[in-house]
Design a protein around this ligand. Sequence first.
Ligand SMILES: *Cc1c(COP(=O)(O)O)cnc(C)c1O
Length: 416
Amino acid sequence: MYEALHGIPESETFVTHLECGYTGERYDADRLHNLSNAGKPLLVRYDLGAVRAALTRDALAQRAPTMWRYRELLPVRSTANIVTLGETMTPVLGCPTVERSLGASGLLVKDEGRLPTGSFKARGLVMAVSMAKELGVKRMAMPTNGNAGAALAAYCRRAGLEAYVFCPADTPEVNVREIALQGAKVWRVNGYIDDCGKIVGGGTAEMGWFDTSTLKEPYRIEGKKTMGLELAEQLGWRVPDVILYPTGGGTGLIGMWKAFDELEKIGLIGSKRPRMVAVQATGCAPMVRAWEAGEEHATRWEDAQTIAMGIRVPQAVGDFLILRAVRESGGFAIAVDDAAIEAAQTEMAREEGLLLCPEGAATYAAYKAALLDGRIRKDEEAVLFNCATGLKYPMPPAQQAIDRMQPIDYTAMKRA
Ligand SMILES: *Cc1c(COP(=O)(O)O)cnc(C)c1O
């Protein structure tokens, strides 16, 4: 069972149509789409009655441990168009040491850093690129804070497509370099991710590229949805009490909410839902502001600033879908500052041996804050999403050295 597509059926697919996430207007499947006529994200709909008969627990038992095991709930028509780099199921890890110090139980981390290109952006982009290949796209473009561009670059090369990528000038160096090394054309732009998005949108006519901006194409949500499918399966076909999700464009939060709905309709889980918690940084918290004000849409966050680049998204086109999922689930939106993010990252690394990315660490900081203010109880099962490997981010220096020509001072080592 080591091949990514082992046991995955060839072509049985169940997409019926696409639907505007805001107005519900129907769109045909099997052709290229960006936003709906209302300027809102499109959602993919399936014949769930037929999926129910095909995607059974027995069928799943025969399939490779990759996101493609949920084939019938995914949009690619022909398995030949799947451009996999091995999208493995990611582990759900307990945190016994920090639980003990917090007096809590049920804290879990889903470690998405194990995916190709080191982040959960792989789930979304493998789907977007596979669908682009299926629908005849030759050239893709996107704005990115780093990880999405890296995944786009990798999968586009795998599929033989061209990729054009635009990132804010202060995007982490490692991201810009991996994008370039993986064969994409990449530019730094003196602005935020939504400013980069305008360059993509403005170039569509002249460059003939497909705009792959977050939620401006329908299939990244379907890829990110697999986090919810996988989590429910890993927990024995049930959901946790709370999910804390580092929210930028919100693709994963929206996707998981959709996943749970589909899983209930095909009879694999019941009606219980986790409370969905959108975690943002105090320096860029448009969803928190809108959630607190009771608004349906969020206004742009000016002068956004945080070390957690993946959630430095001033404005999200799927804002109403994020806020809707948070509200319907009885969850909340919460912001944590950079100092709390750094402290959370250090604590998890030192105590649990888990090197979280800053965005993942933000969810742990939010969990601790919510324990304190009572919004999460200590005995509740809470899942944190560590969305990327901590290895892609700057780390504090470590400078101790030994001169092997001098006598070795072992006693001093004990004090180090
Ligand atoms: C993209 C990204 C996020 C935000 O994910 P969305 O689903 O777009 O909200 C969080 N953390 C990291 C590391 C990311 O790359």
